[in-house]
Design a protein around this ligand. Structure first.
Ligand code: TTP
Ligand code: MG
Length: 587
C-alpha cells in the first residue's frame, strides 16, 4: 500500500541543503574485474563466456557470459544451466586480483597531483582531480578549442594529450543536456568538460597499457560520481551535468534509496518503513514494495525533513546527526573527502571459512592456524616492506611500518534450539593482544615465524575465546594485524608515527564507501569486518568490544555491502536475495 504522499506531492524545498561544486571527483570501476584478470593472463578467454568460481558461486563473470544471462553471484549450477559452455576459472586465491588492483591504482595515482586516490575494495578507485582541472581551465584557449592540449604535469608542459574541447567526451546525464548559451562559458561546464576528457584519457591508458576496460563516473562528489558511473556500463563513462541544482535532484530522485552508497541496509529499511507507514519490524530482503522506494518518494512524503529522519533513524547506538546525513545524501550532497593514498595498508587481515566442514579438532585447528599465519607473514613481507631492496639479501630489507596489535576472530555455527527457527545461529568473537616483535625478524623465514606466532600468541588468544578442548564448530577464522606505526628509522617500533588514528578518523568519515573483502585473503587496504564498529569508538572502547561476543544476522558492513552470516562472504545489497537462495538450496 502506497501512502497518501504519492498522490499529494510535497517537498520541503526551503530545507534543501547546499554544497559547493568546487571539486571534481572521478570514480573508476573496472569491468568484470576478476574475469578481466584471467583474460589478461590468457587472452583466448576473451571471446568465451567466463565465470570466476568461489566455492559454489560465481564471484563474477565476463560480459560474454552476461550476454547469455549469467550474473554475478549466481550459483554455479544455475549459471551452467543457462550457459553450458561457461568456462569456469578458480578465483579463490585473491593474490593476482590484489596485485592487478595495486598496479592499476599505482597507475592512476601516478597521474594525481594531490595524491587523493582512494581504493574501494579491489576494483574501484576514487580520484580527486580538482587541482589538475583548475590548472587546465586556466590554459584553455577559447580561440582554438578543437586543438586543445591537456597538461598532465605542471612541471613539464609537453606531458599531456591533445583533445577537442568543443564537446564533452563520453556520455552525460541528462543524455542531452540543454546547454544554454551562458552555460558554455560557466566555470562548472568547462570543468566538467575537461574532466570528461581526462577520464577518457585515463580509461584509454588503463586499457591500452594494462588491458583493463573500466567504467567511470564524473561529478562533484563521491556519491554522485559513483552513481553517475553506473548509468552506462561497461566500457563507458558518464559525466553528471550538474549545472543546476534541479539536475542533481532529478538524478537523485530516480534512484531507489537502497542503491545510494552510504544509505546502508538498515537505514534504507527504516526509511522505507516510514514512507510505507509500516512498523519497524524486519522485512524480507526481497520485499518488492520496499525495494522500489525512490528518493523522490521519500522527499515527497508529508513533512519530510532532516529532523523527521533523525527521529526515524536515531536512537541508542546510532551515529549522531544521522538524519541530516541521510537528508544530505538524498539531495546528492556528500562532503566526504577522497582519502589521500597511503603506501601502507591500515591493517592486514587473513581469513578462511569452513562452512561445509567446520573445524572441531586440535589437529584441524593447528593446521589451519599455521596456514593462515604463514599467509599473514607472507602478506606482511609484501605489503609492509621496502620494495626497492627486494633484490638484495632478505636481511637488508626494511620494514615500512609495524602493526602493533594482533587480533584473532572466530565465527562458530550452532543450531538454534527451536524447530520453528530452522536457520542456524552464528556468532563472531574476537580477542586482541600486542603483536610479538619477533615477527619482524629477518633472520628466520616467514614459515618459521608463522609457527612460532601460532604457538606463542594465536593459540593463547584462541584459548581465551574458546574454553572447550574441541567441538567448537568453527565456520570462520580470521587473523589480523592492525594499529600500524610507520617506521621513522630502520630500528623500527617507536621511531615512527602512529597512523592508526589517522586511519580511524578517515574511516569513520568514509566508512560508507568502504568495501569489506572477507574472502580468504582480505583486502589489506581497508579495515575488516570487526573494525567497522571499532571505528566509531575510542581505542579503550575498541578493546572492550574485542572481548564482546556479538550475535549476527546479516551484518551491515557499510552502506552497500553485507556480510553473510552463513559463509562470511561480502555480498552487495542487490545480491542478498540470490545469495540467501543459494544457502537455502544447500551447498
Ligand atoms: P564488482 O565491481 O561488483 O563486479 P565486476 O567488476 O566483476 O563487474 P562490473 O563490470 O559489473 O563492475 O566487483 C569487483 C570484483 O569483486 C568482482 O570481479 C569479483 C569480486 N566480488 C566478490 O568476490 N564477491 C562479490 O560478492 C562481488 C559483488 C564481487
Ligand atoms: Mg567492477
Amino acid at each position: 500500500m502506497m501512502t497518501a504522499s504519492l498522490s499529494t506531492p510535497h517537498r520541503a524545498r526551503d530545507h534543501k541543503p547546499y554544497e559547493s561544486q568546487d571539486r571534481i571527483i572521478l570514480h573508476f570501476d573496472y569491468d568484470c574485474f576478476y574475469a578481466s584478470v584471467f583474460e589478461n593472463e590468457n587472452p583466448s578467454l576473451k571471446s568465451l563466456p567466463v565465470g570466476v568460481k568461489q566455492k559454489s558461486i560465481l564471484a563474477t563473470c565476463n560480459y560474454v557470459a552476461r550476454g547469455k544471462g549469467v550474473k554475478k553471484l549466481m550459483l554455479i549450477s544455475e549459471a551452467q544451466k543457462l550457459c553450458p559452455d561457461l568456462v569456469l576459472v578458480n578465483g579463490e586465491d585473491l593474490t593476482k586480483f590484489r596485485d592487478a588492483s595495486k598496479k592499476l591504482w599505482g597507475f592512476l595515482r601516478s597521474h594525481s597531483w594531490n595524491k587523493r586516490v582512494e581504493r574501494l575494495g579491489l576494483d574501484e578507485v576514487f580520484m580527486d582531480v580538482s587541482d589538475i582541472i583548475s590548472y587546465n581551465e586556466q590554459l584553455l584557449n577559447p580561440n582554438s578549442l578543437a586543438e586543445s592540449f591537456f597538461q598532465l604535469s605542471d612541471q613539464d608542459p609537453e606531458k599531456g594529450f591533445t583533445f577537442d574541447a568543443t564537446s564533452l567526451f563520453g556520455c552525460t546525464y541528462p543524455s542531452q543536456p540543454s546547454i544554454q548559451e551562458e552555460t558554455w562559458g560557466s566555470p562548472l561546464y568547462v570543468r566538467l568538460l575537461l574532466s570528461s576528457h581526462l577520464a577518457g584519457y585515463l580509461r584509454h591508458k588503463l586499457e591500452e597499457d594494462f588491458g583493463y576496460t573500466s567504467t567511470c563516473g564524473v561529478s562533484t562528489n563521491k556519491t554522485l560520481a559513483k552513481l553517475a558511473g553506473t548509468k552506462n556500463k561497461p566500457k563507458n563513462q558518464t559525466t553528471l551535468m550538474s549545472l543546476t541544482g534541479e539536475v542533481v535532484q532529478r538524478f537523485m530522485d530516480e534512484h531507489q534509496i537502497r542503491k545510494i552508497p552510504g544509505m546502508g541496509f538498515r537505514t534504507s529499511h527504516l526509511v522505507e518503513n516510514h514512507v510505507l507507514s509500516r512498523t519497524s519490524e524486519a522485512i524480507p530482503h526481497d520485499d518488492e514494495h520496499s525495494a522500489k522506494i525512490t528518493t523522490r518518494e521519500v522527499l515527497e512524503h508529508p513533512s519530510m525533513s532532516s529532523a523527521v529522519l533523525e527521529k526515524v533513524l536515531g536512537g541508542p547506538g546510532t551515529e549522531h546527526g544521522i538524519g541530516l546525513k541521510v537528508w544530505n545524501l538524498l539531495h546528492g550532497i556528500d562532503n566526504a573527502a577522497v582519502k589521500e593514498a597511503s603506501d601502507v595498508p591500515s591493517q592486514i587481515s587473513i581469513e578462511d571459512t569452513y562452512m561445509s566442514k567446520p573445524i572441531n579438532t586440535q589437529a584441524e585447528l593447528l593446521r589451519e592456524l599455521c596456514s593462515l599465519s604463514a599467509s599473514l607473514m607472507r602478506r606482511m613481507h609484501v605489503d609492509l616492506m621496502d620494495e626497492d631492496s627486494t633484490t638484495e639479501s632478505p636481511e637488508s630489507r626494511k620494514w615500512l611500518a609495524h602493526p602493533k596489535t594482533l587480533r584473532l576472530s572466530t565465527r562458530t555455527r550452532s543450531k538454534l534450539g527451536t524447530e520453528s527457527q530452522s536457520r542456524e545461529n552464528f556468532s563472531r568473537s574476537s580477542r586482541s593482544q600486542p603483536l610479538p616483535t619477533f615477527v619482524f625478524s629477518l633472520k628466520e623465514g616467514p614459515e618459521m615465524i608463522a609457527e612460532r606466532l601460532v604457538n606463542d600468541a594465536i593459540l593463547p588468544l584462541f584459548r581465551r575465546l574458546h574454553n572447550e578442548r574441541q567441538g567448537w564448530n568453527l565456520a570462520l577464522i580470521n587473523i589480523c594485524v592492525t594499529n600500524m606505526v610507520l617506521t621513522g628509522n630502520e630500528d623500527g617500533i617507536g621511531g615512527g608515527r602512529d597512523i592508526s588514528v589517522m586511519f580511524r578518523t578517515q574511516d569513520a568519515k568514509l566508512k560508507e564507501f568502504t568495501v569489506y573483502d572477507n574472502s580468504p585473503q582480505a583486502n589489506p587496504y581497508v579495515a575488516d569486518a570487526s573494525g567497522l564498529e571499532c571505528m566509531k569508538q575510542s581505542p579503550q572502547e575498541q578493546s572492550k568490544q574485542d572481548s564482546d561476543i556479538e550475535s549476527v544476522g546479516w551484518e551491515e558492513e557499510d552502506g552497500y555491502t553485507h556480510v553473510c552470516p552463513l559463509c562470511g562472504n561480502t555480498i552487495p545489497q542487490f545480491a542478498l536475495p540470490a545469495h540467501e537462495r543459494f544457502h537455502a538450496l544447500g551447498e
